[in-house]
Design a protein around this ligand. Structure first.
Ligand code: ZN
Length: 386
C-alpha cells in the first residue's frame, strides 16, 4: 500500500506518501500505512467536515506527516493527513489537543500571460487547435463574441483572431488551468473587433471595444452554445439555413441537446407547441423587441408563460420538433411584432465608458496591446528556434 516513503532529513518528523488503489478506501490506506484503526477512524471522521471521502478516486495520493521520528510503532503519532483532491485545493486533517480537525486551502496560483493567434482556413475550431489555443479559451472567446458575431454565417476563410489570456500556474511552475481572456481580437471580413478586459474604478470587470463600449448587446447574435455549432463555423453553408423572406429567421445547425440561451433579458410570452415551429418559445424583451426560438427538443425545467429570464440563461435545447429536416435552432427577432432580419438588425450596445474612466481604460488597453505584441514576438522566436 505504501507507494513511496520520503524520509524527512529533519529528524523531528517523518513523512510518507500513500496511494489509494482501485477498489480500496481511505480506511484501508491508512491502516495499511500502519495507523491504528481508531486513529484512522478519527482522522476520517474529522475529514468529513470539509470533504466527502466517497469522492476520492483511485490514484489519489496522501501525505502522512508524523509527529516524530520513532522507528517501529508510529501508528498513533499521525500529525497531519494532507492531499490535493484537485489541482487547486489542499485538504489537511491535523492533530489538535482533542482529536483531529480538518481544513481546506487554495493552492497558491500565479498568473502567466499567454498569447495565441491564427488564421481561419477551414473552421475556427481547426484554426484554434492548430495554433495550440486551449478549448476553454476558445469557448470563452466564442461567448464574448456571441453578442456581435453570428458564428454560423459571419466567419469566412482568411478571417483571423488574436487572444491573450492568463495561464494559472502553481509555485512549481506547473500549469493548473487556463485563466481568463484579457484581450481578444477577431478580424472578420476585413473588420477588426477588439475586446479588452477592464475593471472599472468600482471593481466591476467587463469587456469593452477600443471606443470603451461594452461588448454586451441588448440581444445576442448567436443565442446558442456557439462551440457546438455544426459544419465548422459558417464554412459549409447548410442550403436551407440563412435568412430569406420566406424563412423570416436564421437557423443555427447544432447537435440535438445543445443549450439555447435567452438572447436578452425578458419575459416568456409563449411556451409550448406551435405548428411547424415545434417546441417554441417567444420572449418579450421590451415594448419593441421580442425573440422566438423553434424546433427545440425540450424546454429548460421550470419555465412557463410569465417566467422572467436573464440574457444567457438556458431556456431550452436544440432539436428537430415541428417541420425540420435536421436538428437546428430557428431564431427570429421581432420588432413591433414583425420579424426582422437578425443578420442586419443593429443591436444597441450597453454601457459606454466616459471621462476619467475612459482615460483609465485607454491606458489599460494600450498596456494589454503592448503586452500582446511582446508575447507574440516571443512566441514567434520560440517557433523559429524549433
Ligand atoms: Zn428556420
Amino acid at each position: 500500500m505504501i507507494e513511496g516513503s520520503q524520509k524527512n532529513l529533519d529528524n523531528s518528523s517523518r513523512q510518507d506518501t500513500v496511494v489509494l488503489e482501485k477498489g480500496s478506501n481511505l480506511m484501508a490506506v491508512l491502516t495499511g500505512a500502519g495507523l491504528e484503526r481508531s486513529v484512522a477512524f478519527e482522522a476520517i471522521e474529522a475529514l468529513r467536515d470539509v470533504y466527502n471521502p466517497r469522492k476520492l478516486r483511485a490514484g489519489q495520493e496522501f501525505d502522512l506527516v508524523y509527529a516524530s521520528e520513532i522507528s517501529g510503532d508510529t501508528g498513533d503519532l499521525l500529525d497531519t493527513l494532507r492531499f490535493q483532491p484537485d489541482a487547486e485545493t489542499i485538504v489537511s486533517v491535523s492533530r489538535t489537543d482533542d482529536g483531529f480537525s480538518a481544513s481546506t486551502d487554495k493552492v497558491e496560483l500565479v498568473n502567466s500571460p499567454n498569447a495565441t493567434s491564427g488564421t481561419i482556413d477551414q473552421s475556427l475550431f481547426m484554426a484554434a487547435e492548430k495554433n495550440g489555443m486551449p478549448l476553454s479559451v476558445l469557448m470563452e472567446m466564442i461567448k464574448l463574441y456571441s453578442y456581435d458575431v453570428d458564428f454560423q454565417r459571419d466567419i469566412q476563410p482568411g478571417d483571423s483572431f488574436e487572444v491573450m489570456y492568463d495561464d494559472m500556474k502553481n509555485t512549481k511552475g506547473d500549469l493548473v488551468r487556463h485563466g481568463d481572456i484579457v484581450y481578444a481580437s477577431m478580424n472578420i471580413r476585413g473588420t477588426d473587433y477588439r475586446l479588452y478586459s477592464y475593471t472599472d474604478s468600482d471593481g466591476n470587470q467587463d469587456f469593452y471595444n477600443e471606443k470603451g463600449e461594452s461588448f454586451r448587446r441588448a440581444l445576442m447574435r448567436t443565442p446558442i452554445n456557439g462551440s457546438r455549432l455544426s459544419s465548422g463555423f459558417g464554412m459549409r453553408k447548410h442550403p436551407i439555413l440563412g435568412y430569406s423572406r420566406m424563412h423570416q429567421g436564421v437557423d443555427f445547425a447544432a447537435p440535438t441537446g445543445t443549450p439555447i440561451f435567452a438572447a436578452g433579458n425578458g419575459t416568456i410570452e409563449r411556451i409550448g407547441k406551435a405548428g411547424g415551429y415545434g417546441n417554441y418559445i417567444r420572449l418579450r424583451h421590451n415594448s419593441t423587441y421580442e425573440t422566438a426560438y423553434g424546433h427545440m427538443s425540450r424546454f429548460a425545467k421550470g419555465l412557463h408563460t410569465g417566467s422572467r429570464v436573464k440574457q444567457g440563461d438556458v431556456i431550452g435545447y436544440v432539436g428537430m420538433s415541428g417541420t425540420a429536416t435536421g436538428p437546428h435552432l430557428h431564431f427570429e427577432i421581432l420588432k413591433a411584432a414583425h420579424q426582422v432580419n437578425p443578420i442586419s438588425v443593429k443591436m444597441p450596445s450597453g454601457r459606454t465608458l466616459t471621462g476619467k474612466e475612459l482615460d483609465r481604460f485607454r491606458n489599460n488597453s494600450e498596456l494589454l496591446q503592448k503586452q500582446y505584441a511582446e508575447l507574440s514576438i516571443e512566441g514567434a522566436k520560440v517557433a523559429s528556434a524549433d
